[in-house]
Ligand binder design. Structure first.
Ligand SMILES: [Zn+2]
Length: 95
């Protein structure tokens, strides 16, 4: 497990962070629950995980708990195409 920080960015620029861990084998991020009730948060802009070396991993906007990863796909005419997909093979965003 990789220790780090889970950050969610809301419209208006509010950022909520919490301690989190990244499972490097599955890509799952487990964050401590954050109490956001007192904040005026409406629209979630993006979420990311930052490890202790300041590397940033974008978190899937559909499942909210897995990082996005780049995968190569066969394109038209024997070319390769790199696409960003969710680490969770069961995620709806991968369909
Ligand atoms: Zn996902």
């Amino acid at each position: 497990m990789k220790k780090g920080t889970f950050t969610s960015v809301w419209d208006g620029g509010d950022e909520v962070t919490s301690t989190a861990e990244l499972n490097e084998e599955t890509g799952e991020v487990i964050a401590e629950s954050v109490d956001v009730e007192d904040l005026d948060l409406e629209y979630l802009e993006r979420e990311y995980f930052t490890d202790e070396e300041e590397n940033e991993f974008r978190i899937c906007p559909t499942s909210h708990s897995y990082i996005m990863t780049n995968k190569m796909f066969y394109g038209i005419g024997h070319t390769y195409e790199e696409r960003e997909v969710c680490s969770d093979p069961d995620c709806e965003s991968n369909e």
